[in-house]
Design a binder for this molecule. Structure first.
Ligand SMILES: Cc1cc2nc3c(=O)[nH]c(=O)nc-3n(C[C@H](O)[C@H](O)[C@H](O)COP(=O)(O)OP(=O)(O)OC[C@H]3O[C@@H](n4cnc5c(N)ncnc54)[C@H](O)[C@@H]3O)c2cc1C
Length: 404
């Protein structure tokens, strides 16, 4: 008989995990996926493109209903799991039903952070994490809507771009002194700020939000220096926190995320965690690539293969049309690293490559990002770049011609 395996969360990590598992061990497990969102799993990365009306909702569905059915998966979407009892190995759903498991996979993702300032609960203040948020943003947006996006990271900028495309008058408020400071060095961030401004989006740096003002709904964002930015809509995109409530009440070890080892095993036997809810070697990732890598390793293990997860090198692309930005690895350059910079202000391009011990360890590309994945491969593989160092900054075509 197939062993019962329950996955909690029907997001990107869960869908990839079921795909990887059923490729390797179809029929070995009776898989049930429990998901709070009332939809089939979708590509969350493309929510910005939905908001910018570049793709439809149907286009971002990861797998069809038929795909899930053909793999014999019991899909319980629109259902929240509310408790896990590891002693009797059962999951309880909000509707009172319980599911037995031999193996449990937690893939509960993250929640968007909210600010602890007055006015956060006013109508017209929304976050940007799921399709319901996109629906709420769309409903509040018309030509001329005054929108303030709090947060100048990847998500905030993508939200700002989508709103501007919909005809809103958009301002971005960012606490730090540069945009996307977790991915970009000051020079690339300054180029990005100019490109964002050229799209008609006002950028306020070093701007702390003191309060959100309004009586019946949002009317303005008040900054710490008392400036008031009038707003009909406020999108809060200030970060995420792993979704760990269920795991905590089940008695699992939690730090920031659900603590897992290199086998993606949590602190209680039979329970695993993958994706944004997991914390591996002290790191909680906020990107999809690590979630996919973890999903594959766990599927391999549950299919009886030897596999371990050793961590991921992060890479980011901003999805704003006409603004090409790529960043990977140690893009700032730790002490002891060397930096190669190639910059052409006339072409609006900038490239910074960080080298340590003859290996590429980080890259920031602005303008021309065509070689981003090649640089990422060099970083991930850790191969020596000494033989192509002179050509490295000029890109793959030249470097490979010289190496040949
Ligand atoms: C607008 C946007 C743009 C992004 N762009 C990029 C990008 O360009 N590149 C990139 O790498 N990453 C990007 N990301 C991040 C990427 O989407 C996530 O890293 C990825 O979705 C993580 O997958 P996950 O399965 O861990 O979490 P999720 O995809 O969030 O899935 C978790 C699911 O679990 C459900 N859940 C939680 N608790 C329960 C419960 N108790 N019971 C049942 N279900 C539950 C949630 O409702 C959710 O559906 C973006 C994210 C957003 C929001």
């Amino acid at each position: 008989m197939s062993e019962p395996l329950v996955v909690i969360g029907n997001g990107m990590a869960a869908a990839r995990f079921v795909d990887e598992l059923t490729r390797r061990a179809l029929g070995r497990y009776a898989v049930a996926v429990v998901g709070e969102e009332p939809l089939l799993a979708y590509n969350r990365v493309l929510l910005s493109a939905v908001l910018a009306q570049e793709v439809s909702r149907a286009e971002i569905e990861l797998k069809s209903a038929r795909w899930w059915r053909e793999r014999g998966v019991t899909l319980l979407y629109g259902h929240a799991a509310v408790a896990v009892d590891p002693h009797i190995r059962r999951v309880r759903l909000a509707n009172g039903a319980t599911l037995p498991y031999a193996n449990l996979v937690l893939a509960t993702g993250s929640r968007p952070l909210r600010l602890s300032v007055p006015g956060m609960d006013l109508p017209g203040v929304v976050t940007f994490r799921d399709l319901a948020d996109v629906g709420a943003i769309e409903q509040s947006t018309a030509r001329g809507t005054r929108a303030v996006v709090i947060g100048g990271g990847l998500l905030g900028l993508e939200a700002a771009y989508g709103l501007a495309r919909a005809g809103a008058r958009v301002s971005v408020v960012h606490l730090m002194d540069r945009l996307m400071e977790r991915q970009l060095d000051p020079r690339a961030a300054a180029m990005l700020a100019r490109a964002i401004a050229a799209k008609g989006i006002a950028v306020h740096l070093q701007a702390a939000t003191a309060a959100i003002r309004g009586t019946r709904r949002v009317e303005a964002v008040e900054l710490a220096d008392r400036r008031l930015l009038e707003a009909d809509l406020v999108v809060v995109a200030v970060g995420i926190r792993p979704h760990v409530d269920l795991a905590r009440t089940a008695g699992l070890e939690i730090n920031r995320g659900i603590v897992v080892d290199d086998r993606l095993q949590a602190s209680i036997a039979g329970i695993h965690a993958i994706g944004e809810c997991a914390e591996h070697r002290g790191v909680c990732y906020g990107l999809v690539e690590p979630a996919h890598e973890q999903a594959r390793v766990l599927a391999q293990r549950l299919a009886g293969e030897a596999a371990t997860y050793a961590g991921s090198v992060l890479a980011t692309n901003l999805k704003v049309s006409g603004v090409n930005v790529f960043s990977a690895g140690d893009f700032l350059g730790a002490p002891g690293t060397e930096t190669i910079v190639l910059s052409d202000p006339g072409l609006d391009t900038y490239k910074k490559l960080v080298i340590a011990n003859g290996r590429l360890v980080g890259a920031v590309l602005y303008g021309d990002t065509e070689d981003g994945l090649w640089y990422l491969d060099l970083i991930r593989s850790g191969v020596s770049i000494e033989s192509i160092r002179g050509e490295l900054a000029f890109g793959r075509t030249l470097a490979e011609r010289i190496a040949a």
